[in-house]
Design a protein around this ligand. Structure first.
Ligand code: ADP
Ligand code: ZN
Length: 729
């Protein structure tokens, strides 16, 4: 019997490429043969592309006409585990195999030959002449703190020509260096002493250690500051002791220097990092080291899940409820769910950590599918903040002001004691709406069905859908009257004006993702604030994610009702999570904290549940509600989004599909729509949505495949399938 994992020269092999061809193509195995999973270069028309040996050729083509594989690349073959995972995830998310392969091989320069390569980094010299272009290059280098870039990457990030970089090399402001490629990462020492754990923490760590080395999922729940990180680092230690690799996923913004420093303190060396702020040279190195087993721990954003680990034994998904784990463009997937899937293929343990778990994970723990560990108290002296509502119906508040007298008093009280206060408002920009006082027209985006948000800091109106911006016009674009355009409602920039007026002596910091050019710049500011560089912090939801502000003792939520307005099925859950996360920012050190929630409906069940602190009661009520409606996690959903330059064909396809729902009905699934999407146009493309609902056990993907096969989708139209949708916009 032939060995199915090795192909002799001239054997027929099928090669999957990341090219949008739809299916693997047949080639002949090269001289010297090749392994199943090998990364290879194959001719495709006039080009050469990278592919993976996917299996035995399907034999449909004449052997004599097949072209041979050009060469086998110098990287370890893709392991069965990853191949199986990509296949299964592709089936689940209904993504083509080439698109799945692209997820796993997206690093530029990945397959160039090893050796050394020239990189560019910050030098000690000073440019003999300052120009704007040169300043841009230096800024990118500064923002990345000493990291080395390839020339083309640096030029592109700075938006300059490579000549500008070369010019800086002459003066020594930028340094050219030969970087040996693909150095292994320093070894981590799992046996360095960790912190002495509390009894609660110790029990949790023991329980996780007991589950090491086998597939299983544990929900690790505990308020912010209870020591979840300390506990799961012990699971990492156990995994490393077993000689396997560990992956810690964090929401991108939580990937902080603080976290890396903690890992370094625990294990004596830094882990591999994988996120958008990492240079291509470093990403290539990490990808290869993951495959060789020469990086033991990777800390990364969601796409780190597709690294070719040699032996992955643990995946931690921190802040598992975070919505940024759902990729909403390209391949639509939830990295939390896919972590569980990948772990099942490689016998890895999964730890889902959160102070406010998603209802999905909570329900899986209730059903006994996941183990659950609760950390009950905050570590040390820090206590959970007290939470109170401020009933805005009873607060005398001037027009164009949003901070109630009660909240003003509380802030004054804190800052006079040298403590910090945070004002939370989940709205970027200056004002969410710009209206014409003459005709009532609201300024919208030319390409999207969205109102434009004034960003005074940029002095422009910005569309939060597509990012398009334009100067604030002097005259109303509808009626032409001048000087009548007025901002309506607050964003964080406008709130900052009110803060400056009310607390003229306070040092104020505004934390909003759009005010920082890079993640690193944002993180540096956060570190300075944590050291005490501001008295009042104004922030959007980026402040809710895992930063430590030891001096912070008051959180004021400007509009606790904001998230309750949407018709989203998860509106209550999201509000509950966000409010608790934000409140958890206060009182992390020795000083107790208070959270004050401004609300016009303090009697709303969600606001009451937040204030009462009875989380289990909230989840039980929310679960009962969802079960009654048959919606996730007690039912299944898929969103179908049709988009294209013309509206008419979208509805034609949608209506045609709506007439032919037999394949759906056969499995008891129901179709809703087609209807214009709530955001009916993005970047000039119209959008039409359909929603399919089914019972939990229904074979949804198979039914969708059979149903959608009936549609003829022209090239101009894109049909996207969103399994387990998070967003309904
Ligand atoms: P969480 O991940 O639940 O928010 P962390 O693990 O970040 O909690 O812990 C909060 C803070 O308390 C951190 O600064 C951490 O170093 C500290 N801490 C937690 N447990 C211990 C411990 N057993 N000994 C010393 N410090 C601890
Ligand atoms: Zn737009």
């Amino acid at each position: 019997m032939p060995d199915e994992s090795w192909f002799a020269e001239g054997a027929r092999v099928s090669i999957l490429t990341a090219e949008p061809i739809g299916r693997p193509l047949d080639y002949l195995a090269p001289e010297g043969g090749c392994f199943l999973g090998a990364f290879v270069e194959v001719p495709l028309g006039p080009r050469r592309v990278v592919g993976v040996v996917w299996g035995v050729g399907d034999g449909r083509f004449d052997l004599a006409k097949l072209r041979p594989v050009a060469r086998v690349l110098d990287v370890p073959p893709m392991r069965d585990e990853l191949r199986s995972f990509l296949l299964r995830m592709g089936e689940y998310t209904m993504t083509s195999r080439p698109a799945m392969l692209r997820l796993a091989t997206r690093t530029p320069g990945l397959f160039e030959p090893p050796g050394s390569r020239r990189i560019y980094r910050l030098g000690s010299g000073v440019p003999e002449r300052e120009t704007e272009a040169r300043a841009k290059v230096l800024k990118v280098l500064h923002d990345h703190g000493g990291a080395g870039f390839y020339l083309s990457e640096l030029a592109q990030l700075a938006g300059v020509t490579p000549q500008v970089v070369k010019g800086l090399v002459k003066s020594g402001a930028v340094e050219e260096a030969e970087q040996p490629r693909d150095l292994p990462f320093p070894r981590l020492d799992a046996d360095l002493p960790g912190k002495t754990l509390s009894e609660d923490q110790g029990r949790a760590a023991d329980q996780l250690r007991a589950g090491a080395g086998a597939f299983g999922v544990t929900l690790l729940k505990g308020v912010t500051g209870s020591g979840k990180t300390e506990v799961y680092l012990e699971a990492v230690a156990e995994c490393l002791r077993q000689g396997r690799q560990a992956l810690v996923l964090l929401p991108e913004i939580a990937l902080s220097a603080e976290f890396l420093a903690r890992v370094e303190a625990r294990f004596g060396a830094r882990p591999g990092e994988w996120h958008s702020g990492v240079t291509q040279a470093e990403r290539r190195r990490l990808w290869r080291m993951a495959a060789q087993g020469d990086v033991q721990l990777v800390v990364g954003a969601r796409s780190a899940l597709f690294l070719p680990f040699r032996d992955l034994g643990l995946i931690v998904v921190d802040e598992e409820h975070d919505t940024s784990y759902k990729q909403e463009e390209g391949v639509l997937y939830n990295a939390r769910d896919m972590s569980v899937l990948r772990a099942s293929f490689c016998d890895a343990q999964v730890v889902l950590a959160s102070a406010t778990p998603s209802l999905e994970s909570w329900a899986n723990a209730e059903a006994g599918k996941y183990a659950r560990i609760d950390l009950h108290s905050r570590f040390g002296a820090s206590e959970l903040p007290q939470m109170h509502a401020i009933d805005m119906r009873e607060e005398p508040i001037e027009s164009v002001h949003w901070i109630s007298p009660t909240l003003v008093g509380a802030v004054l009280d804190r800052i006079s004691r040298g403590e910090q206060a945070m004002l939370f408002l989940n709205r970027r920009g200056y004002a969410p709406v710009t209206i014409c006082r003459a005709c009532g027209h609201q300024i919208g985006c030319d390409h999207c069905d969205a109102r434009m948000v004034e960003h005074r800091f940029l002095n422009r109106l910005v569309c939060h859908q597509c990012g398009e911006s334009k100067p604030i016009p002097a005259a109303c674009p509808a009626c032409g009257v001048e000087g009548k355009l007025a901002p309506v409602g607050p964003g964080v920039e406008r709130l900052a004006e009110e803060v400056a007026e009310r607390f003229p002596k306070a040092r104020v910091a505004v934390l909003s993702s759009d005010l920082f050019s890079t993640a690193r710049a944002l993180k540096e500011t956060i570190a300075e604030i944590a050291e005490g560089a501001a008295d009042i912090i104004i922030g959007t939801q980026i402040v809710a994610k895992g930063h430590n502000f030891p001096k912070l003792t008051l959180v004021g939520v400007i509009d606790a009702d904001l998230g309750l307005q949407g018709s989203d099925l998860r509106a209550a859950e999201r509000t509950f999570q966000l409010m608790r996360q934000v409140a958890g920012r206060a009182g992390r050190a020795e000083r107790p904290g208070v959270a004050l929630l401004q609300s016009y409906q303090p009697e709303h069940p969600v606001i009451r549940a937040i204030l009462s602190g009875d989380e289990e009661a909230f989840w039980k009520a929310e679960a009962a509600e969802r079960r009654a409606q048959g919606v996730p996690p007690y039912g299944r959903m898929a969103g179908i989004i049709l988009s294209g330059p013309e509206l008419q064909p979208l509805f034609e396809i949608g209506n045609e599909l709506a007439r032919r729902t037999e394949p759906l009905r056969r499995v008891g699934a129901q179709l809703f729509g087609p209807a214009p999407a709530p955001i009916a146009r993005v970047r000039g493309r119209h959008r039409v949505r359909m929603l399919v609902k089914a019972d939990k056990g229904a074979p949804l993907q198979a039914a969708l495949r059979a149903w959608l096969r009936q549609a003829k989708v022209p090239n101009a139209v894109r049909l996207a399938i969103d399994i387990d949708p998070q967003s309904f916009l």
